[in-house]
Every structure is written in structure tokens, then in C-alpha cells.
Design a binder for this molecule. Structure first.
Ligand SMILES: NC(=O)c1ccc[n+]([C@@H]2O[C@H](COP(=O)([O-])OP(=O)(O)OC[C@H]3O[C@@H](n4cnc5c(N)ncnc54)[C@H](O)[C@@H]3O)[C@@H](O)[C@H]2O)c1
Length: 342
């Protein structure tokens, strides 16, 4: 196990890489803790939770709604949770987003930590302090920014992660490579999903590399005034189609990346050869690169994006592989770009 500390303004976040679940007892007091997890994780790992007070929520993005927060609050009341109760969110990004938000609002805020169990949560969702829920079809519309006390990486959880969830996680890894790290991009070109799924050391190194990228970007811009916006690469369009077309998050991001590549070619001179390299990597990791959508309804959802201002939206485009830029695009221009289906 290796421990690293990441110094946020609110507090330092301790990160335990390659830790075994049993080590959790050395970090927090079991009797004063409540675990929040989802039904799938609970069923798979029931033995691990023996002796821990546990709130089990239904699995899936469709439950990332305020009603699940109300359910958790009710359970915390029944468990007589108080201000000294520590919340541990164990699961994918849905669980960490929900658990962090519930911990943030119950009694005006309890301390919390995360054990991410999907690739996506390990490299992305659990890092950065953004927690919240969707409001109907609008992704992550409600929530808060609050850092956990710790992140705890027990890679043995990945043994049960279904292949399609590995694929989802790789959308964020490819995103990181595109916006920040050409060497990482080349590594993704030379390896394959199977090699990462089979080789524990390889995936551990990849997760740590990617967690490091996310931590570095977020630490450089905690409140998203600049650089952190780069992490939205593929997400503006991705979020607009995710819930309407019931897509897995990674698929939505992949299609969002493809849309951003096309817009980058159109208005930022991004080369078509580089664009093809990115599309090839997406496909290599079993991610989709096209989907028929109703562009009018997608555009009307895009207009509700949190990154918008009155008449324009910040869109993340590619400059070259390993470097992305933030461009402000007017809604008039964006509408044209989306509807032309470039
Ligand atoms: N807060 C942020 O900064 C941030 C960033 C990126 C994504 N997100 C959010 O993350 C969510 C997506 O996260 P996700 O892809 O992890 O989804 P998820 O939490 O729904 O997990 C995917 C599925 O895998 C199951 N699962 C999780 N771990 C498992 C394991 N080890 N073994 C077997 N099954 C397992 C879950 O029960 C679920 O069915 C989205 O809601 C997205 O908005 C948040």
C-alpha cells in the first residue's frame, strides 16, 4: 500500500493506493461509521460488510435522484447517526456521488471517505469533491463541492467488475490522455483492454497515473474557474444524450468525444489524422463512435448545461493529442454544428 496526500484548500485528502479492505479498520472507527453502497456491491461482498452498519441503495444511474438521498437520510435517522458519524461510500460513481452528497447535507455535513469500485470511479468520479444527483434527465444538476477525508483503492473489487464497466471507465482514461498526456495516449494505443483486465500491476499503474492526472487538474483549479473545465471534454454533448438515450456514461462520453473531435476539426484546425487516431483508440476499447440522435432535442438539453452562460457555452476542443483548449461557442453556432451533424 502507498499513501499520498493531496492538499485541497478545505483539507488534505489522504489517498491509499493498493490497500486491502481490512485496513479500513485502521483509518476509521467501525462503531461510528455507516457504509453506503449499492445492491450489486452489497450482494457480491456481503461478508466484507459484516459488522459494519450499512445502507444499501438500488444500483443504477436512474436512482441517482433526490429520492435516494431522502431514503438515505431516513436510514441515517433510524441508525441514530449524529454529527460524529463517518460515512463511507463504497461503489461506482453513482454511489460516491450520492454518498458524498448525503454526507454533505445530513446534519449540515458529516465527514466521509470513498472506496471506489469501478474503473470510472477510481480515475474520475471519486476524485475532486463534486457530489450530487440528477434532476430527472438533467445530469448532476443538484449537489455540492466538498472533499472526502480519504480515498481508498482496493483493486480486488475489480475482479467482479463486468467488462462493460471496464469499457465505461476507459472512456475517462482516454479523455485524460487526449487532454493531458500524449505518452499515456500512446500506451493506450499499444496495450488493449484485455491486457489491462488480466494484469493487476498494469491496471494498478494505469489507475494511479489517471487518478494523479485528475488530482493535478482539480488541485490546480479547485472551483472550476479555468483548467478544470478541460475535464468536461466529451461531457457537454455526452451528458445531453446520456439519460435521453439511456446510454452507459462511458458510451455517452465516447460519443461526446467524437462530437468534440468533429467540432475541433471544424473550428480549431484539429487534424483529421489525429482525429482518426482518437477514434481508433475509442473503438479499440469497445467504445461507440456513432449514434443516430434527434439533434433538435439534444440541442435543447445542451442549452441547460451547467457550463453555459446566457448566449454561449464553454466547449472543450482538441488542439493536438495530449492538449485540449477551452473555447466559448455561441448557441447559434453550436446549434448549427449539432444540427449539421458534422
Ligand atoms: N463526481 C464526479 O466528479 C464524477 C465524475 C465522473 C462521473 N461521475 C458520475 O459517475 C457515475 C458513473 O459511475 P460508474 O460508471 O462507476 O457507475 P455505477 O456506480 O452505476 O457502477 C456501474 C455498475 O457497476 C456495478 N459495480 C460497481 N462496482 C462493481 C464491482 N467492483 N463489481 C461488480 N459490479 C460493480 C454497479 O452496481 C453498477 O451496476 C455517473 O453518475 C457520473 O455522473 C461523477
Amino acid at each position: 500500500m502507498t499513501k499520498k496526500e493531496f492538499p485541497f484548500s478545505e483539507k488534505a485528502v489522504a489517498v491509499y493506493f493498493n490497500a486491502a479492505f481490512t485496513f479500513l479498520d485502521s483509518i476509521i472507527d467501525r462503531s461510528a461509521s455507516v457504509i453506503i453502497t449499492d445492491r450489486n456491491i452489497f450482494n457480491l461482498y456481503q461478508q466484507k460488510f459484516t459488522g459494519w452498519r450499512t445502507v444499501v441503495i438500488p444500483s443504477g444511474e436512474e436512482h441517482k435522484q433526490q429520492s435516494t438521498i431522502d431514503f438515505i437520510i431516513q436510514q441515517l435517522i433510524e441508525l441514530e447517526a449524529d454529527r460524529n458519524t463517518f460515512i463511507v461510500g463504497i461503489g461506482g460513481g453513482v454511489v460516491t456521488d450520492i454518498a458524498g452528497y448525503a454526507a454533505g447535507v445530513y446534519m449540515r455535513g458529516l465527514k466521509f471517505g470513498f472506496i471506489p469500485t469501478t474503473i470510472l470511479a477510481m480515475v474520475d468520479a471519486a476524485i475532486g469533491g463534486k457530489n450530487g444527483v440528477d434532476a430527472g434527465i438533467y445530469k448532476n444538476l443538484v449537489g455540492l463541492i466538498r472533499q472526502p477525508e480519504f480515498l481508498f483503492y482496493d483493486y480486488s473489487f475489480l475482479e467482479t467488475l463486468p467488462r462493460e464497466e471496464w469499457v465505461n471507465g476507459f472512456a475517462e482514461i482516454i479523455k485524460h490522455a487526449c487532454i493531458k498526456d500524449e505518452v499515456l495516449f500512446e500506451a493506450l494505443e499499444s496495450h488493449s483492454l484485455d491486457s489491462y483486465m488480466k494484469d493487476k500491476d498494469l491496471i494498478a499503474a494505469l489507475v494511479e497515473k489517471n487518478a494523479g492526472i485528475k488530482f493535478a487538474v482539480v488541485l490546480g483549479d479547485e472551483f472550476e474557474t479555468g483548467e478544470r473545465k478541460l475535464l468536461n471534454f466529451g461531457h457537454t454533448y455526452g451528458h445531453a444524450i446520456e439519460n435521453v438515450y439511456h446510454l452507459p456514461h462511458g458510451h455517452a462520453v465516447s460519443l461526446g468525444i467524437v462530437k468534440a473531435l468533429k467540432i475541433s476539426g471544424e473550428i480549431n484546425n484539429f487534424s483529421s489524422t489525429e482525429s482518426k487516431r482518437v477514434m481508433d483508440v475509442l473503438q479499440k476499447y469497445s467504445l461507440p463512435v456513432n449514434l443516430q440522435v434527434d439533434s433538435q432535442s439534444v440541442f435543447s438539453i445542451l442549452k441547460m448545461d451547467k457550463k453555459r452562460s446566457k448566449n454561449e457555452i464553454n466547449y472543450i476542443l482538441m488542439d493536438k493529442i495530449g492538449k485540449a483548449v477551452i473555447r466559448s461557442i455561441s448557441f447559434t453556432q453550436l446549434e448549427k454544428l449539432i444540427k449539421e451533424n458534422i
